[in-house]
Design a protein around this ligand. Structure first.
Ligand code: G3H
Ligand code: 13P
Ligand code: ZN
Length: 332
């Protein structure tokens, strides 16, 4: 058993309480590579922001769970080296799909886990979440649960009411499961294609897709029913058009990629939404920089030559999210 406390990591309890009270959200950035980890830590230190570094099952398969855990431990030491004496870094399991996986992460230095039972029947979701919570709380690890299914790109967003979190269930669910935070579905979704062109309108001036708005009425209803309870938004990349354009300009093919407008995420951050998950925007920032670099420097083959601008571009994006969208800067 390795406790996250030995690694200098923190759980989410205090940072979420402060974020809800202070009207800002904590960035939850996925990482799979050393460059992402470095960019996240540099951005968090420079902006004096708490940060959640999250590991998906896919990341564990790609990079190996043990390596990622040691990288998170390295992230704490790196932050100190960069001049931040008390970094607030959470190592979080993203979309854990079983009690066993959550337990394995808790036993191996994670300070927070998500059990995603959103596709399960309601009672089963409560039962497994509760089992994870009972185990996690013994070690002061915090638990994120999910209620409501994130709309897929194939769904009719305007008619996806049944996928949205049902406000009338959140009080019962949070009480009975004992979870520390709750991921809800109000119209966000994973990936770089969050809406089909048919679900969007087109800006007559630019011809660009304008996605349908998030269901703020549902968010506000949820907040009324569980006042102050920490809410999480998954699928919150904005899919910046300039990165998509760069990728497409240098040989990529991402037609009609569309994300969540940042003004809406800024608005959500001021509510009880205290954790905002961003992965795709990091992938886009990295890919755009690499494609551009290699197109402009066809003789380069040392990975450091193209990974350096990729890391810089991701760092710029992380800083932008922290300062201009989530408002978590200067909170250490
Ligand atoms: O929730 C999804 C995250 O973006 C992680 O994606 O499973 O491809 O690592 P992944
Ligand atoms: P994006 O695909 O919008 O970045 O969402 C990431 C996420 O929700 C990770 O859990
Ligand atoms: Zn997610």
């Amino acid at each position: 058993m390795t406790s996250y406390k030995e690694l200098g990591l923190v759980n989410t309890r205090e940072m979420f309480a402060k974020a809800v009270k202070g009207g800002y959200a904590i960035p939850a950035f996925n990482f799979n590579t050393m460059e992402q980890m470095q960019a996240i830590v540099q951005a968090a230190v420079e902006t004096k922001s708490p940060v959640i570094m999250q590991v998906s099952k896919g990341a564990r398969n790609y990079a190996n769970g043990t390596i990622l855990r040691y990288m998170a431990q390295g992230a704490v030491e790196y932050a100190k080296e960069l001049g931040c004496p008390n970094p607030q870094i959470v190592l979080h399991l993203d979309h854990g799909d079983s009690f066993e996986l959550c337990k394995e992460c808790i036993d191996n230095g994670f300070s927070s886990v998500m059990f995603d039972g959103s596709a399960l029947p309601y009672e089963e979701n409560i039962a497994i979440t509760k089992k994870v919570v009972e185990y996690a709380h013994k070690y002061d690890v915090t638990v994120e649960a999910e209620l409501g299914v994130l709309a897929g790109v194939e769904d009719e967003v305007s008619a996806a009411e049944s996928h949205y979190t049902r406000p009338e269930e959140v009080e019962d669910f949070s009480k009975r499961s004992g979870c520390d935070s709750l991921a809800i579905s109000i119209g966000t979704s994973h990936g770089a294609y969050k809406f089909t062109p048919e679900q969007c309108t087109r800006d007559p001036k630019t011809g660009k897709l304008v996605p349908p708005p998030l269901a703020f009425d549902i968010l506000h209803e949820i907040e009324k029913r569980i006042p102050g309870f920490p809410i999480v938004l998954h699928g919150s990349s904005s899919v910046p058009q300039d990165e998509v354009d760069t990728i497409n300009k240098y040989g990529g093919k991402l037609p009609d990629a569309v994300g969540i407008p940042e003004e809406q995420l800024r608005e959500a951050s001021k509510s009880a939404v205290c954790k905002i998950n961003i992965d795709s925007d990091s992938r886009l920032a990295m890919t755009a920089a690499i494609r551009k670099h290699l197109a402009e420097n066809p003789s380069h083959f040392d990975p450091r030559q193209y990974l350096k601008p990729a890391r810089e571009n991701m760092k710029k994006m992380y800083i932008h999210k922290i300062v201009n969208v989530l408002g978590s800067d200067n909170k250490l």
